[in-house]
Design a protein around this ligand. Structure first.
Ligand code: FAD
Length: 110
């Protein structure tokens, strides 16, 4: 098995994360802060990467990570509510859980 194949299952398997808070930025745009579930860790990410956020019973959407990669205790997303999945994701309350795959995509680093 190659190194890439060894990493692939982790990127494709959804991980449960806890909604820490949802902050309204504008009339249709919200910042979602997620944290690890008790006893687990968040994946490390690089600037420019995105996650697939999965809302149970509604669907899955790609959303860029907008937070600081040096803050290892949270992953932050800024989401415009345009349709059914983005609306469901930003409607969560602190303490809810959603599923996340990734981080995916390449970094904008040098
Ligand atoms: C790599 C990547 C990164 C992204 N990062 C971000 C990000 O950081 N933040 C962010 O906000 N978005 C981001 N997006 C976009 C985000 O993924 C989409 O907004 C999301 O997939 C929309 O899904 P939805 O189910 O909420 O909307 P959908 O229900 O799929 O609707 C999508 C669009 O169709 C329109 N629509 C839906 N139903 C109808 C209808 N019946 N009649 C007319 N129009 C309709 C909606 O108004 C909307 O404009 C990213 C996308 C990619 C590919």
């Amino acid at each position: 098995m190659s190194a890439a194949e060894a990493v692939l299952p982790d990127l494709l398997a959804p991980t449960l994360v806890r909604v820490a808070k949802v902050t309204r930025e504008t009339h249709d745009t919200f910042t979602l802060t997620t944290q690890a579930m008790p006893g687990s860790e968040l994946p490390v990410f690089s600037p420019g990467q995105f996650s697939m956020l999965y809302n149970f019973g509604v669907g899955e959407i790609p959303i860029s990570i907008s937070g600081d990669p040096e803050q290892f205790d949270r992953i932050v997303y800024t989401i415009r509510s345009v349709g059914k999945v983005s609306h469901a994701v930003i409607s969560h309350k602190a303490g809810d859980s959603i599923a996340m795959r990734g981080p995916l995509g390449t970094s904008v680093g040098p």
